[in-house]
Write a protein that binds this ligand. Structure first.
Ligand code: KG4
Ligand code: ZN
Length: 334
């Protein structure tokens, strides 16, 4: 009999459910919350309420699409941390209730570990040791993986995350939240070398993005004094130049990490790995440095439950189960 796992992701503003059978994703359903757009960022209280409304239909859709009945499930997985506590509570309480009602095991998953393991969905899987650059709205990490559940953060941001750098730059340009995908869109038409933004000199494998944000702010203020329409008239070139700098900061540290560890299995993960400039750069650098490169499918880059399901599959095989007393927000094993 095959092992079937239902996984739930509710750490931020996406309610998602996925069904996996023996390591293969059968369904991955994501409900996006559009309510936050008007506020320029995720409002935690509204996110929790939207999760409450979405969770039952999303789980039903994921089971239906997979053709799996509740009583066929072998385990229920949920995102334990990190995330917004009210959002995590909805997913964790739902998962616990379902595991209790069906009398099957519960699996608690670390959201950042799951982003990394999104690279292990499908046939083209990295081998170990593997280096992953995880870039999301809340985190920027270089993770060394010696096994699917054996991970260590070897570099991380000292201030803003890469996704925040995209979103805050977009805000300075008057673009709506979340601005990352919009910068990507405008950048496609622009010249990445037209404006030069500084690259911070941070020792080791850590990152910093707050200086970039400040330099963009001063640059725009200066240019707008000369031409009030500067931003509107140069949107594509500004976006391409900002994206170019964020991508070069990320890639230069990844090259350094590969040289220091001798690892050439290299992947990216997290919401920012949906960025076309970063995807292209990974392929180019990979060719230049002789890396085997990995990028999750687009739908597995931003928050989704399929990555929770694949992590739960490894945990199921390792016998790593959680009790009903598992506390959301607390650090789950990374
Ligand atoms: O992993 P994710 O979906 O949620 C978190 O766990 O944070 O990442 C969301 C972040 C946001 O900052 C969003 O602007 C960014 O990923 N993002 C992008 C793109 N798509 C999503 N940034 C740049 N280019 C994109 N195409
Ligand atoms: Zn995420």
């Amino acid at each position: 009999m095959s092992v079937k796992i239902l996984a739930i992701e509710s750490s931020c503003d996406e309610t998602s459910a996925s069904v996996l059978a023996d390591g293969v994703i059968l369904s991955n359903y994501i409900a996006n919350q559009t309510v936050h757009e008007q506020y320029g960022g995720v409002v935690p209280e509204l996110a929790s309420r939207a999760h409450q409304e979405n969770i039952v239909p999303v789980v039903d859709l994921a089971l239906h699409k997979a053709g799996v009945r509740k009583n066929e499930l072998s385990a229920i997985a949920f995102t334990q941390s990190p995330g917004l506590i009210g959002s995590l509570l909805v997913g964790s309480c739902f998962a616990k209730s379902m595991a209790l009602a069906l009398n099957i095991p519960l699996i608690a998953v670390h959201h950042m570990q799951a982003h990394v393991l999104a690279n292990f969905i499908g046939e083209h899987k990295p081998s170990f040791p593997f280096l992953c650059l995880t870039v999301s709205g809340g985190h920027t990490q270089i993770v060394r993986c010696d096994g699917p559940l054996d991970m260590k953060v070897i570099g991380e941001t000292l201030d803003d995350a890469a996704g925040e750098a995209f979103d805050k730059s977009a805000k300075l340009l008057g673009l709506p939240y979340p601005g990352g995908p919009l910068i990507d869109k405008y950048a496609a038409e622009g010249d990445p070398n037209r404006f030069k933004f500084p690259e911070p000199q941070i020792p080791g494998l850590n990152f910093s993005f707050s200086g970039l944000k400040t330099s963009i702010l001063y640059f725009l203020q200066e240019q707008r004094e000369k031409d009030p329409q500067f931003t509107e008239n140069n949107m594509a070139d500004i976006c391409a130049s900002v994206q170019h700098r964020i991508v070069s900061i990320l890639m230069n540290k990844l090259v350094k990490a590969s040289k220091e560890t001798g690892i050439r299995e290299i992947g990216i993960a997290g919401g920012v790995s949906a960025n076309s400039g970063l995807r292209k750069a990974l392929q180019e650098y990979g060719k230049k440095h002789g890396w085997n490169t990995y990028i999750p499918k687009f739908e597995y880059c931003t928050d989704n439950a399929a990555m929770i399901a694949i992590t739960a599959w490894y945990k199921y095989q390792a016998g790593e189960f959680a009790g009903l007393d598992a506390v959301p927000g607390a650090r789950a094993g990374f």
